[in-house]
Ligand binder design. Sequence first.
Ligand SMILES: *[C@@H]1O[C@H](CO)[C@@H](O)[C@H](O)[C@H]1NC(C)=O
Ligand SMILES: *[C@@H]1O[C@H](CO)[C@@H](O)[C@H](O)[C@H]1NC(C)=O
Ligand SMILES: *[C@@H]1O[C@H](CO)[C@@H](O)[C@H](O)[C@H]1NC(C)=O
Length: 364
Amino acid sequence: MCTFFLLFFFVTPNQCMQCHFGCTCFAATNTVRCDSKDLRAVPLSIPGYARTLIVTGNNIPQIGPDSFPELENVTNICLSNNRITELGSHTFSSMVSLRSLDLSGNPLALIHPEALSIPGGPLLELNLSRALYNSTSLTDLTTAMRWGGLAGLVLLDLSGNRLALLAPAAFSRLPSLRHLLLPHNSLASALGELGRLGKARVRLGGNPYLCSCESRRFAAWLDSSAAPRVEDAEDVRCASPRELRDAPLRVPAGEASLQTSYALLGLVLGFVGMVSVLVLYLNRKGMKRWVAETREACRDALAGYHYRYEIDTDPRRGPPSDGDGVGTGRFGTAPPPRITPDTRDGGQTPADVRLTGTGMAPGN
Ligand SMILES: *[C@@H]1O[C@H](CO)[C@@H](O)[C@H](O)[C@H]1NC(C)=O
Ligand SMILES: *[C@@H]1O[C@H](CO)[C@@H](O)[C@H](O)[C@H]1NC(C)=O
Ligand SMILES: *[C@@H]1O[C@H](CO)[C@@H](O)[C@H](O)[C@H]1NC(C)=O
């Protein structure tokens, strides 16, 4: 009897602390699960070895700092689908080792600005997929993110929240963010906030994008190096206008490479131009000589021709024949100038002569 009493006193309370009724505790994997047990609160008796706590499918309307006493060693907590509507101030403050928090599938309507802040900012992953009940909770979350305390966050899942726009500077206090998941929201147009994300990777698929000229610029920007990398670019498609439904928003690869090749061509031409100018500059003495020689040669040729023209039109050499056979055989050994149909009828003006003459001058 005494032994039993002792056993009751010293063992049973420990047993209670070992595993809450309805939960399953796995000491080997440091995991405690409390799935779909219609719990009204997070069990308080969680064994000290627990690193992973999974409480899902229950009916827990609100959680606060009193919900998680002495869980300093828990690194992962999954609280999905518990119908949680309210996160109180400093709800997770005691969980100083917490790295991953999953609140997905809860209709969160009220999020205290400091609900997610934990001393030391240990949190790396936050899953709020299908967890924002309405625009009030989005505003609350934005405030919570701006208040800080999430500086270490690397992954943020905001998928399936009917988000229509992203608040300005919403992610500015998340300097470590590398993965931002925004699929299956109501984002319709350019997402200016993404410009601040630098090296992060984002997922944007399954949103009802409105395809316009502006979204084309957005698509081009998505392809530029300034934008965060879009991991699911194939799923970023137009929802409207109707003619473009399901068309990829992204600039087709061929068009992009054409633009690249134009840029390359421009670069090459610019380079060639620069080299030519340089060569001309270095060779300017030789160039001067060449220009002088050419000018000299031209002058000689012209002078020679002028001389012929004067002979040709010299009244002392008889009246110039008109009509057919103009100038035929009049140059002696030199071949006759080629006569175009215009000059044939219009008579010989000096301009006509010079034109045909330069064409056939043998360069005497
Ligand atoms: C957390 O882990 C440390 C070291 O393993 C242990 O000493 C401490 O008792 C644990 N905390 C709780 C609340 O069990
Ligand atoms: C977030 O939770 C949803 C629903 O539980 C799940 O499908 C998704 O994979 C989770 N996200 C991440 C990044 O693990
Ligand atoms: C969001 O839901 C909460 C709880 O139902 C409500 O108090 C609040 O007014 C709602 N906000 C909007 C913008 O509808």
